[in-house]
Design a protein around this ligand. Structure first.
Ligand SMILES: [Zn+2]
Length: 280
């Protein structure tokens, strides 16, 4: 029994933070890296030090949230209720004590803009920023349905890639790992594929520097495309029939959503960094 509880706690904690998994975060970092200006590229190389890059540091924030920096855990998400009327102006009320992904992105940007901030403070802010811009584009990091952002909504899922059997999945970690379980692509390959489909018009329309807008966009995707079909509230009982996610859940429609979220995250991260590091 103790083992089961430990395992459950471990899984809940793990899954609530592991946004996009490594494939998603690295894909975002590659897209951003490829769009940096020479000045930004140089400044980032200098800041991160030899052998480091946006890609190599992009999952660091998940690692520290699990170990010695547990106070950073709330910085990975903002929980906006999908069953209530919301608009972008309401998000500030949801960000309790300014401890959410929106306010944290703003804080990290501020440190990077600050010419008096220490090198180590800037380095840390950059490592957080590259991760959180990814997280804020994961729809379930900006939504909740009295289910802790999908962590308490359990479904049965039949996966031929999961040993050809039913497994229990919670919506949040299932979404975080959509890419992990299905994508054949490496993050590098996937990023190149996505970069080719980003048109200059799209990129300039996406290039905004308001994390609040990015979060609100994620929230709307979660509300309209993910939660609208699902029963409301937590679904904790695991032994009932009729709560199956279809095997083809990650079909063309969801794939399109995931790819666009990753593209937008990469374009916006580059845009923000290019602004900060211009002419350094
Ligand atoms: Zn995260």
């Amino acid at each position: 029994m103790r083992f089961v509880i430990a395992l459950t706690l471990c899984f809940l904690f793990h899954s609530s933070l592991w946004a996009w998994g490594a494939v998603g975060h690295k894909t975002v970092a590659y897209i951003a890296q490829d769009r940096l200006t020479p000045e930004a590229r140089k400044a980032i190389r200098k800041l991160l030090g030899p052998g480091q890059s946006l890609v190599s540091v992009c999952t660091w924030a998940d690692t520290v949230a699990h170990s010695n920096r547990t106070e950073t855990a709330p910085w990975h998400y903002i929980q906006v209720n999908v069953r209530e009327e919301q608009n972008r102006y309401d998000l500030a009320d949801v960000c309790r004590d300014h401890q959410c992904v929106v306010d944290q992105i703003e804080r990290d940007e501020k440190v990077l803009w600050d010419k008096w901030a220490s090198l180590s403070a800037k380095r840390e802010a950059l490592k957080f920023l590259v991760h959180f811009v990814g997280d804020v584009h994961q729809p379930l990091h900006c939504a909740e349905d009295d289910d802790r952002g999908g962590n308490e909504k359990w479904f049965r899922y039949y996966g031929s890639k999961r040993g050809g059997r039913y497994t229990w999945v919670n919506l949040h970690s299932f979404w975080d790992n959509l890419l992990e379980t299905h994508a054949k692509e490496s993050p590098r390959k996937l990023s190149l594929q996505l970069e080719q489909s980003i048109t200059p018009d799209e990129a300039s329309a996406w290039q905004t520097d308001s994390p609040k807008d990015w979060a609100y966009e994620s929230f709307r995707v979660a509300r309209d495309n993910i939660y609208s079909e699902l029963p409301s509230g937590p679904l904790l009982e695991k032994n009932r029939w009729g709560r199956d996610l279809p095997e083809d859940y990650y079909g063309p429609q969801m794939k399109q959503i995931v790819y666009e979220r990753l593209e937008k995250a990469g374009v916006r991260l580059a845009y923000v960094l290019n602004q900060i590091f211009q002419g350094e």
